[in-house]
Each structure stands twice: as C-alpha cells, then as structure tokens.
Design a protein around this ligand. Structure first.
Ligand code: COA
Length: 168
C-alpha cells in the first residue's frame, strides 16, 4: 500500500454477552470489506450482562490473537462518537432476520442523526447462525444444554464456569 492510500476502518459495536459464532461470522465478513476492524464492547441500556465488559473484551480478543487487523475495546458513551474519534467511516451491524430490522433501522437513523459522516453497514450472517442469540445460548447453558457448536471454545468454557460459580 502506498502512503496516499487510506486504510478503511470500521467499528463493530455490540453487547457481545457473550460473543457467538454468528458474531464471529459477521467479523470475518467485515474483514473482507474493511482493512481494519474495531470490535467495540458497548453498553445497551436495556441489558444486564452476565459478563463484565472487561471479561467480554478478553473472550473476544482471545479468538483473534492471530488477526492484527482486529482490535477489541470496551466503549462507554455514544458508539458513533467513539467511531468518529477513531477515524472509522462505518459501523457494522449484523441482521439475522426481519425481526432485527426495526431496531437496527432506529439505531442506524439515531446514529446518522448524531453524525452523518459515519455510515451503518449491515451484513447477514451465514444461514446456520440466523436463529441464535446470546440470550438463547445462555438459556441453553443455564439449563445444562450443550452450546459448544454455537460459541467459540473459550466462551463455552467461560459460560459453564460462570453458571457453576452462580450456583455455588
Ligand atoms: N449472530 C448471532 N447473534 C447475533 C448476531 C449474529 N450475527 N448479531 C446480533 N446477534 C444477537 C446478539 O446475540 C444479541 O442477542 P441478545 O439480545 O439475546 O443479547 C442481539 O442479537 C443483539 O446484540 P448485539 O449485537 O450484541 O448488541 P446490541 O444490539 O445489544 O448492541 C449497541 C446495541 C450496544 C450497539 C447499542 O446499544 C449502542 O450503540 N450502545 C451505545 C450507546 C449508543 O451509542 N447508542 C446509540 C444511540 S441511541
């Protein structure tokens, strides 16, 4: 790359409580579009996460130690302000089904209102991940079910440990 070429940077914000294979799928798709990606562990005011934001950052980062184009950070405040400060041009979000659309549409319009220079980009995960959510897999694990195909191995272990600690 010459010094005149600008690298494209996107931010992928989410609660990631915890990261799932569906999120991982979106991350790989985003890396095909952007030179660099920041995964931003942000706060959704309507959620009470199982993992602390630092725990979520570590669970994500452990899966991308060999990918220098990815950074993982905990973010407070408005995601679009954070993205702008970092020099990112895009916010990446995954859309699984029509049911995601209303919420994502509102979020994207709010973010556009806050800063028109940062575009929201929507990616669709592979079909096998369309039906999973962080809440659903926590529910499966809480009741003793196997989530190993739905999340990275470190996440499956961490979820199991979390529920064991909570039941002590
Ligand atoms: N595969 C599987 N599941 C997926 C998925 C995918 N590709 N994409 C989304 N999901 C699921 C998640 O598992 C999650 O499930 P859950 O609701 O059961 O937890 C849900 O879809 C969406 O969660 P996620 O993408 O992790 O994040 P979110 O929607 O909770 O994130 C923020 C919202 C954090 C990005 C948003 O609240 C935000 O930007 N907050 C910061 C403040 C701000 O800037 N607000 C905007 C201005 S109003």
């Amino acid at each position: 790359m010459t010094s005149t070429q600008r690298q494209t940077l996107a931010v992928y914000p989410g609660t990631f409580d915890p990261i799932t294979m569906g999120h991982v799928d979106i991350i790989h798709r985003a890396l095909n579009l952007f030179d660099r990606l920041i995964i931003a562990v942000a706060k959704n005011a309507s959620k009470s996460p199982l993992f602390s934001s630092q725990e979520r950052v570590v669970l994500i980062a452990e899966n991308f130690v060999d990918e220098p184009r990815i950074t993982v950070e905990a973010v407070s405040g408005l995601v679009v302000d954070y993205a702008w400060r970092k020099g990112a041009t895009s916010l990446v979000r995954g859309i699984r089904a029509v049911s995601d659309f209303d919420y994502e549409f509102q979020l994207a319009l709010a973010n556009r209102k806050l800063n028109r220079e940062v575009e929201s980009v929507f990616l669709m995960p592979g079909f096998r991940w369309i039906y999973i959510s962080s809440t659903m897999l926590k529910e499966i694990a809480r009741n003793g079910g196997d989530i190993s195909e739905l999340v990275p191995a470190n996440v499956a272990a961490a979820v199991k440990q979390k529920f064991e600690e909570m039941s002590e």
